[in-house]
Design a protein around this ligand. Structure first.
Ligand code: ADP
Ligand code: GLC
Length: 524
């Protein structure tokens, strides 16, 4: 094992920097990426740094974006590397495909303890994935455990990702960081790594969810990060009297901040949605942009999806959805009747997702003609409530308390409507997937839900779903009743919404172009 420690960085010693490249395989070139049209010039190189990525490890939408956006960027003439922790929970079939690219020892903490950093690599469809290997930090089953473990883990990960780029001798134009777990990366770039090759890169940080920020007391974060004292200032990492906030630091130091919808970019500058960082974000609003997420339209394709009982497109959706509905009812032990309206909910079960509203109106959702299917895991209070409703309404309600990709696909295809009544929703992907599968979303007008679901307007015969504005159970019920009324009494209108939804562009193409534009503004 090569010891690649060298010294550099403002006032610090023994920060891993430019090491002899040990490349065994070059990253993908423009010619290797298959494209249907001419690639826009100039080519740009981007390193994504984040804590999860489908299909290796996914707990929510961040995993989807870390998979789909790099692929979409390759079609925008970007050379993308995705840097991830090598968690033990990554399935064996992917672990087997990883190739050892090298390793070095890296000092991390204020007391210069050295830690092993291994780099395992694989390539998939033009995107290179580098997994940071370290048994001490990543041998747990889940990507996230508790802050006591996660704070050191993601201090290590952020620094190791940059050290790995230096080790691989790959200095991208842009380092694109995602959420608080990569929050220290822009801070490291401007401090310990500023005099190293990777220090030349520009940084972007994307807020997928401001609720989670990586906050802990200053001595702990200062110890694990090894960062100099001056960054623990109120305008940078310091929060309140004694805490440091990793996300806050990343937002301060990044050259550019993005979040995953235009509405959320506005919302987070207000106290209600700002999670105590609204003033910080208002201060940095000049570099804050909202770009709405897309979905991977190859994975989410009802014509080819192997997990469905019947494949379909916009022409035969009305017939084939019934077959998918029957199969779903059969699988979940619901009464098999395609005349029933099936309302789905696929979600992490946390208060972000508006489940208090669902809970409040649940008995009123059930009317003899409606079935409800819930797929999710999370807080015990919601899991228990939904289990209870299943026991009360046997054959009409199914609460499937689990994480199950296959069932998620079957619900998107077999349900008539999908509920997303979130308290806040930076973007939300489930409403996008639902629309692509001809399932009509019922959403609260917040964040990306507001930006992606146009409310149904019966006079103009337009819109994609049913919406409500204030966070109020009565308004959710009203939206559900409006949806039911169209479903049961104006079926042609409903069917038109279904078809409009399937034809809506929910792909990444437009948003990937917007990211590319920002990359070019950062480094023309
Ligand atoms: P968030 O990231 O806040 O959880 P998103 O709507 O952005 O919400 O993304 C959620 C993603 O996770 C979607 O791909 C959705 O299908 C998936 N998902 C959520 N819960 C489950 C579950 N229990 N089983 C399978 N997939 C799920
Ligand atoms: C977060 C948000 C969700 C968003 C996802 C991907 O988990 O809660 O709204 O769609 O990230 O950006």
């Amino acid at each position: 094992m090569a010891d690649k420690k060298t010294s550099s960085g403002k006032g610090r010693k023994k920060t891993p920097v430019n090491a002899e490249p040990k490349a065994v395989k070059e990253t993908v070139t423009a010619a290797e990426v298959s494209v249907e049209e001419a690639l826009p010039e100039p080519r740009r190189s981007v390193a994504f740094i984040g804590s999860e990525c489908y299909p290796f490890v996914k707990t929510g939408g961040l995993g989807d974006v870390m998979y789909a956006l790099p692929r979409a960027l390759t079609k925008q003439n970007c050379d993308v590397k995705v840097i991830l922790p090598r968690y033990k929970c990554i399935p064996e079939k992917y672990q087997e495909k990883m190739v050892y690219r090298g390793s070095f020892m890296m000092d991390l903490c204020a007391d210069t303890r050295a830690f092993y950093v291994g780099i395992m690599e694989m390539e998939m469809d033009g995107v290179v994935y580098d997994f940071i290997d370290n048994e001490d930090f990543f041998s747990w089953g889940n990507p996230y455990t508790d802050l006591v473990k996660d704070i050191p883990k993601f201090c290590f990960f952020g620094k190791a990702a940059l050290a790995a780029l230096n080790y691989l001798d790959w200095t991208p134009d842009i380092i694109h960081c995602h959420d608080w777990q990569a929050g220290l990366v822009p801070v490291y770039l401007h401090t310990l790594f500023s005099d190293t090759p990777v220090g030349r890169a520009k940084s972007m940080i994307t807020i997928h969810n401001l609720r989670f920020q990586g906050i802990y007391n200053i001595p702990t974060i200062q110890y694990w990060s090894g960062l100099p004292g001056y960054v623990f200032d109120h305008t940078l990492l310091k929060q309140g009297y004694e805490d440091a906030n990793m996300f806050k630091g990343g937002l301060a130091f990044a050259n550019c901040i993005t979040t995953v919808s235009g509405t959320y970019a506005q919302e987070i500058q207000t106290p209600f949605y700002g999670e105590n960082l609204d003033a910080h974000l208002r201060f940095h609003s000049g570099k804050l942009h909202g770009i709405v997420n897309g979905i991977d339209i190859d994975i989410w394709n009802s014509e080819t999806d192997k997990l469905l009982a019947a494949n379909y497109n916009v022409k035969d959706v009305l017939k084939k959805k019934k077959e998918n509905k029957r199969a779903l009812q059969e699988r979940l032990g619901l009464e098999q009747d395609d005349g029933k309206m099936v309302i789905g909910l696929i979600s992490r079960l946390t208060n972000q997702k508006g489940l208090d509203l669902v809970n409040a109106i649940f008995p009123e959702l059930i009317d003899g003609n409606t079935q409800v299917v819930i797929l999710g895991t999370g807080d015990a209070q919601y899991e228990d409530a939904f289990r209870y409703y299943e026991s009360v309404y046997k054959g009409t309600v199914c609460s499937y308390i689990a994480y199950d990709e296959g069932l998620a696909h079957q619900i998107y295809a077999g349900a008539d409507a999908l509920l997303v009544p979130s308290l806040f929703e930076p973007c939300g992907l489930t409403q996008l997937i639902a629309m692509r599968y001809g399932t009509v979303p019922i959403v609260r007008e917040t964040g990306g839900l507001k930006d992606t679901v146009e409310p149904y307007n019966k006079y103009a015969d337009s819109g994609n779903g049913f919406t409500f504005d204030r966070y109020d159970a009565g308004l959710l019920l009203d939206a559900v009743i409006r949806a039911k009324t169209v479903y049961f009494t104006e079926r042609e209108r409903w069917d038109e919404i279904v078809q409009r939804d399937m034809e809506k562009d929910v792909s990444w193409a437009k948003s990937a172009r917007q990211y590319r534009e920002l990359y070019l503004q950062l480094r023309p």
